[in-house]
Ligand binder design. Structure first.
Ligand SMILES: Nc1ncnc2c1ncn2[C@@H]1O[C@H](COP(=O)(O)OP(=O)(O)OP(=O)(O)O)[C@@H](O)[C@H]1O
Length: 310
């Protein structure tokens, strides 16, 4: 559905995108993550045909965004990271306005708009003025607007930004429903653990370069994100800590009242050996557990710079 090759964008002498390659298959929900200013919005704006790339190509469903922008626009719904001001409109009028600009006849819109309002849980606000809606409601209305012409691809720039936890959950549920309708979705966000629950793949962008791509488990194993072990022990914890420091693959250690948190760089085999040597050396191990690393850890690991991203 999306085919990006060598995409570059410069603003004056500043290179916002430095040759991005990215393929996103049909039906995929793709999470685009990266720190502020990394180039997410610029990439999305190019896909939405609103920004012209300096070099490289971007295609949507086979159509090049610069050569066939009209074909691209028919196939995409774009939600920017700001909400335009249309405060004189009621929600229904707002959707009619967008529907009409896509050339959808009035009779069709009359049928479609209540369905869209229902999909985004705004049926009870159909006669409300847009400026009286809460931020979460405006975001959902904006999403409904993107769907008015039934596009195959949704480009959503930070749709959950500024929403409270309940509104974020509502947004997530709507996105799940859109996924089940077969839409391809590219979504950017800083709310990484939330993204993890709904995306099939993530791409991490930093300083205008794609530094990692794949499903979260793949990226974790490729980056060898450190495991964090928690070893609960009876007896002298200080002595256990000294012993652990001398073992291979041990990173940072942190002791609490009952045990020791260990940042561990070894694999399963070595980890099994570590348990054995603790026991063989007389340490009374009560439990040995492995904390799950989450997307937040992955993100920090990737964007800390250095060779971990290569
Ligand atoms: N029109 C412009 N003129 C000059 N610089 C720009 C322009 N648009 C974007 N930039 C710069 O390009 C870089 C990438 O911006 P972009 O908005 O794509 O980042 P982002 O990853 O979406 O960040 P955020 O998460 O803060 O929205 C930034 O350094 C930004 O200042």
């Amino acid at each position: 559905m999306i085919e990006i090759r060598g995409l570059t964008k410069t603003f004056g002498s500043f290179q916002a995108l430095k040759g991005i390659d990215l393929m996103i298959p049909k039906g995929c929900v793709f999470g685009f993550v990266g720190p502020n200013g990394a180039g997410k919005s610029t990439t999305m704006s190019i896909l939405a045909t609103l920004t012209v790339p300096t070099a490289g190509t971007a295609k949507v469903d086979g159509f090049d965004v610069t050569v066939h922008p009209k074909e691209v626009r028919k196939r995409i719904g774009y939600m920017p990271d700001f909400f335009g001001v249309y405060d004189q409109f009621k929600t229904t009028e707002y959707l009619h306005f967008y529907g009409a600009s896509y050339g959808i006849p009035k009779a069709e819109r009359d049928e479609l708009i209540p369905q869209l309002l229902e999909l985004v849980n705004l049926s009870d606000k159909k006669d409300a003025y847009v400026d009286t809606l809460s931020r979460g409601m405006k975001q959902r209305l904006c999403l409904a607007r993107c769907l008015v012409h039934d596009p195959d691809l949704l480009i959503l720039d930070e749709p959950a930004s500024g929403l409270d936890p309940r509104a974020r959950i509502e947004m997530r549920e709507i996105l799940k429903e859109l996924k089940s309708m077969g839409k391809t979705i590219i979504i950017s966000s800083h709310i990484l653990p939330e993204l993890a629950e709904m995306v099939d793949e993530i791409g991490v962008i930093e300083h205008g370069q794609l530094v990692a791509k794949g499903n979260i488990a793949d990226i974790q194993s490729r980056l060898r994100v450190n495991r964090v072990l928690y070893i609960r022990l009876l007896g002298d914890l200080e002595e256990a800590e000294r012993f652990l420091r001398e073992q291979p693959h041990i990173g940072r250690l942190m002791r609490d009242e009952h045990g020791i948190h260990v940042h561990y760089e070894g694999q399963d085999e070595e980890q099994a050996g570590l348990i054995r040597s603790l026991v063989e050396n007389g340490f009374r191990v009560v439990s040995f557990s492995e904390a799950q690393t989450n997307l937040e850890d992955v993100f920090l690991e990737i964007t800390k710079g250095g060779d971990s991203t290569q």
